[in-house]
Design a protein around this ligand. Structure first.
Ligand code: ZN
Length: 468
């Protein structure tokens, strides 16, 4: 893969990530296709939505079907019939969540901050929606977001279902109960076989309730694992076991601690493969350093990560998250694409893009669609106050003959809100499809507006139009 920047507006940038399955114009949002499909939608829908890349989940694919069967279809692209780029996560987040989730009573839902969780859960509770998964440590389809549960902690800790050692994480599959060992090399091997265009290093994602000592210990273990991933990846590229051009992102950890985040960013950015592969083998197989002829007998600077992802606990508030970005991003060179794991609300996207984040993945648009929440563009009444969303269940929509947003142009907005509310209340499957299409239309449309605004040097104006 390659990354180039074509325009900048302050720290925000427009760029292009080139992969074997096409280019991704950044800033970009990746809809989440947990088990190889975006819930309620088909690949034709995703193409019509102009989705550029999907995020699939290594944990689910490994445990539910197995990478060998996916590989027999020609990898994720052949298996799912999505022929544009894919990213896969390392599987670590779901595995670790089985450990700390049970230990700390920590769940995973669309939002990562406790104050927001409270409101959202209250609405879900009333609705009796399909969000029961939110507080089960079941390897749900989140990627890397972590929340503190609202209200009192669980009275009695439940037994851990995962154990972390220097070797990796050993956990009990939530699907069939068997014990599974996931190591950095195993995560790389699975992701090579799945064949996504962009893959992620195996990291330990700590709980927001972990203390600083544990966060530091886990972070340094993550660095050792990152080195193992980098070496295994370049060995696989050189020997043809990984798809040509597959890009590997390193993950910066360190919780909400400034010194740890800085230490992690420096370590991940500066990491180079140490596997001693002969220069000739590296030629054309990921060797990217300038001034290296790759000729026999010459020594070149070994390659590092192709991109940097920011993961783990981002603290307990939006302010904490922004601080983590402010500590980390200046330490990541401009030429590396930057991914923010598991984040994707409108506000978060504006704040992160303006700090130099290039890509996002988040289940939020499709998950809230299924629980009855439709995203609102500002022209349809979206503001930070209503979190750019409305509930389809509201009584005001019952007799509405109007669409949610007559300028939206999506399939959902061809229908009246009265019809949509009726579908939702009747649990008609069509509702889930239409609502998912609308919410992705809003978020993917926002990314397009953002790219256009950065190119024209007017990101601040766009931000003001949306955020006030
Ligand atoms: Zn729409």
């Amino acid at each position: 893969m390659d990354f180039s920047i074509t325009a900048k507006d302050g720290s925000a940038r427009v760029g292009s990530i080139s992969t074997a399955h096409g280019d991704i114009q950044t800033p970009a949002f990746m809809p989440v296709a947990t088990a190889g499909a975006v819930k309620a939608l088909g690949m034709d829908d995703m193409e019509a939505l102009h989705a550029q890349i999907l995020m699939a989940n290594t944990f689910h694919l490994h445990l539910k079907i197995g990478e060998q069967l996916v590989g027999a279809h020609g990898g994720l692209h052949g298996f799912s019939s999505w022929h544009r780029p894919f990213m896969t996560d390392s599987g670590g987040f779901q595995a670790f969540s089985l450990g700390f989730g049970m230990e700390h009573g920590v769940g995973k839902i669309a939002s990562i901050f406790p104050d927001e969780v409270t409101g959202e859960r209250r609405e879900q509770g009333k609705a009796g929606g399909d969000e029961g998964e939110a507080h089960r440590a079941d390897g749900g389809d989140q990627t890397h977001t972590i929340v503190l549960p609202p209200g009192p902690q669980r009275k009695r800790p439940e037994p851990k279902l995962a154990r972390v050692t220097e070797e990796g994480v050993r956990f009990r599959s939530p699907f069939d109960g068997r014990w599974v060992l996931l190591t950095p090399e195993e995560s790389m091997r699975i992701q090579h076989t799945l064949g996504a265009d962009l893959i992620l290093a195996f990291d330990e994602c700590t709980s927001p309730l972990s203390d600083k000592d544990y966060t530091a210990t886990a972070m340094r273990r993550t660095h050792r694992w990152a080195q193992q991933c980098l070496d295994a990846h370049h060995q696989a590229l050189a020997s043809g076991l990984a798809p040509d051009g597959q890009g590997l992102y390193g993950i910066v950890q360190g919780g909400a601690y400034e010194d740890l985040r800085r230490e992690s960013a420096k370590a991940i950015v500066g990491m180079r493969t140490q596997n001693g592969i002969a220069t000739d083998a590296l030629k054309g197989k990921g060797m990217k350093e300038e001034g290296c002829s790759g000729g026999a007998g010459t020594m070149c600077v070994p390659p590092g990560f192709d991109g940097i992802a920011i993961g783990g606990s981002l603290g307990k508030s939006k302010q904490d998250m922004l601080a983590v970005l402010d500590w980390t991003i200046p330490l990541v060179p401009d030429e590396l694409p930057r991914h923010l794991l598991g984040i994707g609300t409108v506000e978060d996207i504006f704040w992160s893009v303006s700090r130099g984040i290039d890509t996002f993945d988040c289940v939020m648009p499709t998950r809230i669609a299924r629980s009855g929440h439709l995203l609102l563009h500002p022209r349809a009444g979206g503001t930070p106050r209503n979190k750019f969303r409305t509930s389809v269940k509201l009584a005001r929509w019952k007799a509405s003959t109007q669409p949610l947003d007559s300028h939206c142009g999506c399939q959902c907005c061809r229908h009246s809100m009265g019809f949509l509310r009726h579908l939702f209340m009747s649990k008609e499957l069509l509702y889930y499809r239409l609502a998912s299409i609308h919410n992705l239309t809003v978020i993917l449309g926002l990314m397009s507006e953002i790219r256009d605004a950065i190119s024209r040097g007017r990101l601040l104006e766009l931000k003001t139009e949306w955020m006030g």
